[in-house]
Design a binder for this molecule. Structure first.
Ligand SMILES: [Zn+2]
Ligand SMILES: [Zn+2]
Length: 431
């Protein structure tokens, strides 16, 4: 039961509604590049999930089959309620360790890299969570929660978390005591030192209150969103690799073998002493914080937005057919998504070579379509080739229109939203 696929249209309707609310209330919670980058990591995560979900499902099914202490009945309503609550308890610990341990943060940090906070941030998900996440849900299998119940409550838990990623909803009274809400999840996405590592629940905030990790949103301490080591990129592949790369470099550089091994499982931010001395990393001053931004012409923005819609359709199609096509076809689909979203990221970053890469991407669509037919990913008819031809010609015309701005790639235009700006915005949102 893939509830996520069914929810995709609702995600986009609600994102559009939030965008309208943004304009009506005169706020700036969205930027095109940030939204596309967040949605790109989401699309990449979903595509990767089609290849890797077996890891979680097989380990769960095996544990349930051979290690379960009880056989809980799938038909009983209380089993669903128990599973829903227990799942969130396990999620709390996965999420908490996801912030507290280096290798787990390398996966989870993707969700936190956006310096905006809106419904697209909710879809900003990691592609490497499958490596360790399954371990944390084994207790449900041991208790005897049937796999179908597990899969369904997992989807419901993820779906619930969508609506809390907004700045438009203020505190919600007594609900703040029980549930994850927009207010207490804003705190979770903060990089302000006072808010760091708080509010880990997925649906229930009770776990945080119980284990001492709760922090209330303070009107005098406006949230500055993002991570303390900024991603500073619109590349969805790099978003997934950034912290792994840092850990890898540190592990490679340190002299001590023990440090090479333990760095992965040490508390987040821990670095070998010799590497920290030779390659110090200063944390940026929050008072000087500027959101990452790259100046971009309107034509290029429109071009990337239109191309991105194609990838949303492609990703949805992959989810739809995933059960019925061979693994090689899914690998092809994943590759097309990964390369395409990467190239769109380079256009958003206005890299000097981005347009040449985009021409190559357009040219590579014909062999990709041929392979899709050969591998059984899609039935390729003459109409399919004709549509590709029309799409390629229109794209070529659009790309030719995009004059690259000569403003330089990074930080060319960076309207500030340091703490002061955040304060003004918060006052406007929740007077
Ligand atoms: Zn988190
Ligand atoms: Zn979140």
């Amino acid at each position: 039961m893939d509830l996520i696929l069914l929810a995709v249209p609702f995600f986009f309707v609600l994102i559009a509604a939030e965008l309208v609310a943004d304009r009506v209330r005169g706020q700036r919670n969205f930027t095109l590049a940030d939204s596309i980058n967040s949605l790109s990591t989401g699309a990449l995560s979903t595509s990767t999930g089609l290849l890797t979900k077996g890891v979680g499902l097989v380990t769960y099914a095996l544990a349930w089959e051979h290690l379960a202490l009880l056989r809980l009945p799938q038909q009983a309503w209380w089993v669903w309620v128990l599973a829903f609550v227990l799942y969130d308890f396990c999620y709390y610990w996965l999420h908490r360790l996801g912030h507290e341990r280096n290798v787990l943060w390398a996966a989870h940090s993707v969700h936190h890299q956006s310096e905006e906070y809106n419904l697209t941030t909710a879809l900003r998900q990691t592609s490497s969570g499958f490596i360790f996440a399954w371990v944390f849900y084994l207790p449900l299998a041991l208790v005897g929660v049937p796999p179908l119940v597990f899969i369904t409550v997992a989807s419901l838990n993820l779906l619930y978390q969508f609506w809390v990623h907004t700045r438009h909803i203020p505190k919600l009274g007594w609900l703040e005591w029980i549930l994850i809400t927009p207010s207490n999840h804003r705190v979770h996405h903060a990089q302000n030192p006072v808010y760091l590592d708080r509010n880990y629940g997925g649906v229930f905030i009770l776990w945080d209150r119980l284990f001492g990790t709760f922090k209330e949103e303070d009107p005098d301490e406006p949230v500055v969103f993002g991570v303390t080591t900024p991603l500073a990129s619109w590349n969805p592949l790099w978003a997934n690799l950034q912290f792994y790369a840092q850990l890898w470099n540190d592990a490679r550089r340190t002299q001590r073998v023990w440090d090479k091994l333990r760095i992965w499982f040490m508390p987040t931010g821990w670095r070998p002493a010799d590497v920290a001395a030779r390659y110090p990393q200063a944390k940026p001053d929050l008072a000087l914080f500027r959101k990452f931004e790259v100046a971009l012409g309107r034509a290029q923005q429109a071009y990337v937005a239109v191309q991105f819609v194609v990838y949303v359709a492609l990703g949805s199609y992959l989810m739809e057919v995933a059960e019925r096509v061979p693994g090689a076809a899914l690998v092809l689909g994943w590759s097309v998504m990964a390369v395409g979203l990467f190239v769109l990221g380079t256009l958003l970053e206005n890299r000097p070579w981005a347009r040449r890469l985009e021409w190559l991407r357009l040219l590579s669509n014909a062999p990709a379509l041929y392979l899709a037919g050969a591998l059984g990913l899609a039935l390729i008819t003459p109409l399919g080739w004709f549509l590709l031809l029309v799409y390629s010609l229109l794209s070529a015309c659009g790309l030719a229109q995009c004059g690259r701005l000569a403003l330089g790639a990074h930080g060319a235009k960076a309207p500030a939203q340091p703490e002061q700006g955040a304060k003004q915005q918060q006052a406007a949102e929740h007077p």
